[in-house]
Design a protein around this ligand. Structure first.
Ligand code: ADP
Ligand code: ASP
Ligand code: MG
Length: 428
């Protein structure tokens, strides 16, 4: 880059499990990164291939029960899946150089899988699965996927390098839900990642995993790759963090419950935080925390439709107050907590009345003590949860606005106080 040109800003691009689940998805990822590279210096954070973390957890638990035969069949499946993706990535590359490259990459994957097999044998011998070992086992999901993604980028002609996240994401020793150390992560990011970006190399690293100062592998909790992405975004003073997933941004409800849920174009940090903490799986609960103080925006996009709509999350001076943006649910065994999220809605009498009116056919209880000023929560029986979400979605997002007051007339529901949820300090 000539001296007159200023360096492109850094962007952290996180790709979830479905966005790397097979060769076609990984190829799409490389096209997204290639396009982004024209205007930014990407740091690519990857999850394990969809389903792999569950398989690894399963294998570790089976090993602890001593069923090594079943463990070996799980390992074989994992090996075949990653080997198939690798072969398919090389399909269109048949020169000698690419053959050698394929062999090299296959050897890296094999070495990792052999290490995993040893670890699982040790678990079987011990007959127990301590959290520290569980973390080491599940980390293989992201370790394997990052090798495939870096290889795919290199095949696409992009200079890319894998950085082991365990050298950068420094955490405490709370295995399975470790607490990151932002100061140490900042230092390591500047020492290890920044020079590669300076040299125009695309950095690929694993989401979800980290390590203690003593080098023990840790994880940030399920779905934690989003959290890795924003930790790195803050550490590197990125201009933005992009979460690439399997839906068109953050939607008005989980599309698995409401297939017609619509993209929310804009959320404030607080709205996104409340929604994530209320169980909207599209964002890990702690996604917003690292970036909100620095005002680094987070975008959510669909890797299957890169040109489709998405969501921008930022400080949001311009957001409307008193508007319901999305509905989330926290299922429990017998009851389900439904949360409507939007700036300042917890105290809106109109919205409360509309909720109660909409749910008048169900045994619904409005949570009297707001969990946040930006969330209105209702408890319904678990068996009614889906129908209640459908009704609320229809009332708030699919029908023309009702004249205020109509809803207030008809509800007969109880408004009860319930135990507040345990929420993190950022849930404000
Ligand atoms: P990834 O593997 O990319 O991290 P996740 O499965 O963790 O993806 O999150 C995406 C999923 O989150 C979607 O497939 C969707 O079912 C679920 N989801 C729940 N609530 C919402 C919401 N409000 N908006 C979008 N997706 C949601
Ligand atoms: N692979 C991890 C999980 O399935 C982390 C993530 O995907 O964000 O929980
Ligand atoms: Mg996720």
């Amino acid at each position: 880059m000539s001296q007159q040109q200023t360096a492109h800003p850094i962007r952290v691009l996180k790709f979830g499990g479905t966005s790397v689940q097979h060769a076609a998805a990984i190829r799409r990822l490389t096209e997204i990164v290639a396009a982004k590279r024209k205007t930014c210096r990407p740091v690519v954070v990857v999850s394990a291939l969809a389903g792999v973390t569950d398989t690894l957890l399963d294998a570790a638990r089976i090993a602890a029960r001593g069923s090594l035969e079943t463990v070996h069949s799980r390992l074989k499946k994992l090996e075949n899946r990653h080997a198939t993706v690798l072969r398919e990535l090389f399909n269109q590359h048949s020169c000698l150089a690419s053959e050698l490259f394929l062999l090299d990459t296959a050897r890296i994957l094999e070495t990792q899988l052999a290490e995993l097999e040893l670890l699982l044998s040790a678990v079987a011998t011990l007959g127990t699965l301590p959290d520290v070992i569980q973390d080491a086992v599940v980390a293989f999901g992201e370790r394997l996927s990052s090798v495939l993604v870096t290889t795919a980028l290199q095949l696409r002609g992009i200079t890319a390098e894998t950085v082991d996240a365990r050298r950068v994401i420094v955490t405490d020793g709370r295995h399975t839900c470790a607490e990151p150390d932002p100061t140490a992560i900042g230092k390591q990011s500047r020492r290890i990642i920044a020079p590669l970006l300076e040299a125009e190399t695309v950095v690929v690293t694993q989401g979800f995993i980290g390590s203690t100062r003593n080098g023990a592998t840790t994880t940030l909790g399920r779905g934690g790759s989003d959290f890795t992405a924003t930790l790195l975004g803050a550490a590197l003073d990125a201009e933005a963090v992009e979460i690439w997933t399997d839906v068109n941004g953050v939607l008005t409800a989980d599309p698995k419950i409401i297939p017609g849920a619509a993209t929310i174009p804009f959320l404030t940090f607080t709205e996104a935080d409340v929604l994530a903490q209320f169980g909207a799986k599209v964002l890990h609960q702690r996604t917003v925390q690292p970036v909100r103080a620095k005002g680094i925006p987070v975008f959510v996009f669909n890797s299957e439709q890169p040109d489709g709509p998405g969501t921008r999350v930022d400080g949001g001076q311009k957001t409307a107050s008193g508007v319901v943006k999305s509905i989330a649910i926290i299922p429990e065994a017998h009851q389900t907590l439904l949360g409507l999220v939007g700036t300042g809605i917890a105290h809106s009498a109109t919205i409360k009345a509309k909720v109660l009116d909409t749910l008048h056919l169900f045994e619904a209880e409005l949570v009297r003590e707001p969990l946040s000023p930006h969330c209105l929560a209702v408890i319904v029986d678990a068996v009614d949860a889906k129908r209640a979400v459908v009704a609320l979605h229809e009332a708030f997002f699919e029908s023309p606005a009702e004249p205020a007051g109509r809803a207030e007339a008809s509800h007969t529901l109880k408004i009860l106080g319930v135990q507040p949820l345990v929420l993190s300090p950022s849930f404000i």
